[in-house]
Design a protein around this ligand. Structure first.
Ligand SMILES: C[S@@+](CC[C@H](N)C(=O)[O-])C[C@H]1O[C@@H](n2cnc3c(N)ncnc32)[C@H](O)[C@@H]1O
Length: 234
């Protein structure tokens, strides 16, 4: 199977999951509705991650263009627009985008907010100052993540913020156990990534020449573990 067919197939599985299988669960996860203990810990971890990513963006986003790549129900995009950004928020899932549109306040203050259904790699919406991909690259393997970052870098002036699932012994064990269960309607697998290998791959990728890894933060909260990384144009 060639790389683009593998990418398309993976993307279709991700879309089916977020647009059909898990759309209600995801709507609930991203709302304020009560959740069980495990999911509540994931929601709290995700809130911390969103805050960490927003903290890595300039406080004043007026006159800045931001791409929320894989925006889901749009919480980060809404916050960036409130801080003045002109935000394009794109997601594969038509249903999540519809929900994001209903959740967006009519008045986002100084910014602008546009939700679009589609692939983040073909946003076709011009250039951006910052790109943020919160937990939207976690289902792609390392080579694919680096290729996707390369495409996003070609659209970006200043910084790319993304998260990955760090390969820790605990996550590797959970991952191994997960693979013992039949696939069925299970979520597309999360691809744990070794941080050092990620850094090396970014440093050696031709498409990412001129970009450096900068700040990074790992959020481990209950059942949520994810790590964000900032890429800056050198
Ligand atoms: C775990 S959710 C996170 C959503 C949102 N960023 C958040 O943190 O609430 C991952 C999202 O990434 C989207 N996604 C994955 N691959 C994508 C792609 N190639 N283009 C656009 N969206 C993508 C999925 O449809 C899904 O909504």
């Amino acid at each position: 199977m060639d790389a683009s067919t593998a990418y398309r197939e993976r993307r279709e599985r991700i879309e089916t999951y977020f647009d059909r299988t898990a759309v209600d669960a995801w709507a609930r996860m991203t709302s304020e509705a009560p959740l069980g203990r495990i999911r509540a810990s994931v929601r709290a971890g995700r809130d911390l991650m969103r805050a960490a990513l927003l903290h890595m963006l300039p406080g004043d986003l007026r006159n800045r263009r931001v791409l929320d790549a894989g925006c889901g129900t749009g919480a980060l995009a809404i916050e960036a627009a409130r801080r003045g950004a002109d935000v394009v928020a794109v997601d594969l899932s038509e249903q999540l985008i519809a929900l994001a549109r209903t959740r967006a306040p009519a008045d986002v203050g100084p910014g602008r907010l546009q939700f679009t259904v589609g692939d983040m790699l073909v946003a076709d919406a011009g250039r951006f100052d910052h790109v943020v991909a919160m937990d939207s690259l976690i289902h792609y393997p390392l080579v694919e993540v680096v290729r996707m970052l390369g495409v996003l870098a070609s659209l970006t002036n200043d910084s790319i913020l993304f998260t990955f699932a760090p390969r820790t012994p605990a996550l590797a064990a959970m991952h191994a156990i997960g693979r013992l269960f039949p696939r069925g309607n299970r979520a597309p697998a999360i691809e744990p990534i070794d941080e050092n290998q990620l850094r090396r791959s970014i440093a050696s990728a031709r498409e990412l020449r001129g970009w450096d890894c900068a700040r990074s933060a790992r959020i481990a909260h209950g059942f949520y573990t994810s790590q964000c990384m900032e890429l800056l144009r050198a």
